[in-house]
Design a protein around this ligand. Structure first.
Ligand code: TXA
Ligand code: MG
Length: 328
């Protein structure tokens, strides 16, 4: 289907209260009308997402932001000017009109303006901001192609808008302006260094210290079914033991273990390319019936911070949800 026609059809479905997967530059989102609580409830249901995990609202212009939030602090204005449209989400005090189901009862709302042209025209055509959690089952890897969405949610949603593979590949960076000092809630597509070059020091939350304000900050998230190990030593693994081990390598693998399969994130060691390939590479490894996936650590600078965050969470041990949420 021609793109414009598909966008038109998807917008029509959203207006009627349906739910639609749509492309963004980060990952695919599962969209619904922000102001239709029943449609939003279906998004939670389909994703099997707990209701305490609030959604990001997607807008098509800076002007749309005024309809959602009561006040925009000057630092928030600065980052919006600099990074929108793009992979940055800001958290601000919400207006009353934003339904509770969207924000899980929080006094704040997370908002971003994506830069994927199909996402922007979908929001414009629909005529309202669109909630958009990543279009995957809760806790699993985010989809970076329409195919990924189809595989997991295809028969439960009303439409999938195909905008090709996502250019960034990791979710948006989330910064909260709820308190006096801006705070990073989730590293993502806009590197922290770039944000700090515009507004100065940003406080960094760690799941260990803070009660997770964003369940993307749950210790275990973005996880495949095959166990992933991030901290490992070659001598602990012996391929002779008949175990099928896969490797997620940044560049050329440095290990001498004989792997069943190796996924290389970026041959030339380019962080952007590595981020764009990350989820698809793990998904592929997850289809191979491996016993284990070993992942190589990468430098935590620029996008490396978001990549390592996802790898840590993908490799974290499963905890019962109430356990994961306990702050002490
Ligand atoms: O790149 C992205 O942000 C993608 C694309 C589709 O836009 N969306 C995405 O949504 O990653 P989701 O739902 O998978 O992750 C949203 C995160 C969650 O961890 C949620 O807890 C957090 O944003 N969040 C939403 N509202 C919040 C709020 N008011 N305060 C703190 N965190 C919030
Ligand atoms: Mg998600």
């Amino acid at each position: 289907m021609e793109n414009a026609k598909a966008v038109h059809q998807a917008a029509e479905i959203l207006r009627k209260g349906g739910i639609v997967a749509f492309p963004t530059e980060t990952v695919y989102g599962l969209g619904a009308n922000t102001f239709n609580p029943i449609a939003v409830a279906r998004v939670f249901e389909v994703k099997k997402r707990p209701h305490f995990d609030p959604l990001i609202v997607h807008v098509a212009s800076q002007g749309d932001l005024d309809k959602l939030v009561s006040e925009i602090p000057s630092d928030a204005k600065k980052v919006v000017e600099q990074f929108w449209p793009g992979p940055l989400t800001i958290v601000l005090l919400k207006k009353e009109e934003v339904p509770e189901i969207v924000t899980s009862g929080l006094p704040t709302v997370a908002v971003r303006m994506p830069r994927h042209p199909m996402a922007l025209s979908l929001i414009e055509r629909a005529g309202f901001p669109i909630v958009g959690p990543s279009a995957n089952l809760f806790g699993y890897l985010s989809p970076t192609t329409a195919e990924h969405v189809r595989d997991q949610l295809g028969n439960q949603i009303d439409f999938i808008l195909d905008g090709g593979p996502c250019e960034v590949g990791v979710e948006s960076t989330i910064v909260s302006f709820k308190e006096k000092r801006p705070r990073l809630l989730r590293p993502g597509g806009v590197p922290l260094e770039e944000i700090e070059s515009v507004i100065g020091t940003v406080e960094v939350s760690t799941a260990e210290v803070d009660r997770p304000a964003a369940p993307g900050m749950l210790p275990r998230h973005y996880a495949p079914r095959t166990p992933i190990v991030l901290e490992w030593d070659e001598k602990d693994f012996n391929s002779k033991k008949n175990k099928k081990i896969g490797l997620l390598a940044f560049q050329e693998p440095i290990s001498s273990i004989k792997f069943h399969h190796v996924e290389i994130l970026s041959k030339k060691g380019d962080m952007r390319e590595a981020a764009a390939n990350l989820f698809a590479a793990i998904r592929h490894l997850d289809t191979l019936n491996l016993d284990l996936i070993l992942a190589e650590a990468i430098p935590e600078i620029g996008l490396g911070r978001a990549i390592m965050d996802r790898l840590r969470r993908a490799s974290a041990k499963e905890l019962p949800i109430d356990e994961a949420y306990r702050s002490d």
